[in-house]
Design a protein around this ligand. Structure first.
Ligand SMILES: [Zn+2]
Ligand SMILES: [Zn+2]
Length: 157
């Protein structure tokens, strides 16, 4: 049987059901995610869009992100404010096109798969450590070889 993971916002109005295991799972230490989540580190877990069901109403906030000035739209619960999903682009050549990112903390599951990559370590709080052996980046992961590896692993899942 295929596993499912279920995320919800703080009040429970938004519920997201994901089939299978996420890949990649980023821990992001950037200052924008720190403000957005109210937490020093954000966990972003990615699934192909067809494996994700989103229920409930959300509002969107778009920000320009990273050195490339890419626009990312974050979707949050209008009742409780939890920033719960983003991505969902269907066009472009970024490896995460066709994928939804879901906030790892919204699964509230201690068994949730750990991060596979750590990004924006230059603004990481010094007491936070990435899991042993995962690739860590001072800013984003936009190195062509890393992008290629992520893309390859995504196609295999
Ligand atoms: Zn809510
Ligand atoms: Zn971030």
């Amino acid at each position: 049987m295929t596993s499912t993971h279920t995320a919800q916002c703080h009040c429970g109005q938004v519920k997201i059901t994901c089939t299978g295991e996420p890949y990649p799972v980023f821990m992001c230490n950037c200052t924008l995610c720190q403000r957005r989540t109210g937490s020093p580190v954000h966990i972003g877990a990615w699934w192909p869009m067809e494996d994700v069901t989103i229920e409930g109403k959300t509002k969107a906030f778009t920000r320009t992100t990273g050195e490339q000035g890419r626009e990312v739209t974050f979707n949050f619960c209008p009742d409780c404010g939890t920033s719960i999903w983003w991505g969902g682009q269907t066009q472009g050549d970024h490896p995460l096109v066709g994928y939804y990112g879901i906030a790892g903390g919204c699964f509230a599951d201690p068994e949730f798969p750990p991060p596979t990559h750590s990004v924006y370590e230059r603004t990481k709080h010094p007491w936070i450590s990435a899991p042993d052996g995962i690739p860590c980046f001072s800013s984003t992961f936009d190195d062509p070889s890393v992008m290629a590896e992520i893309r390859e692993k995504m196609q295999k899942r």
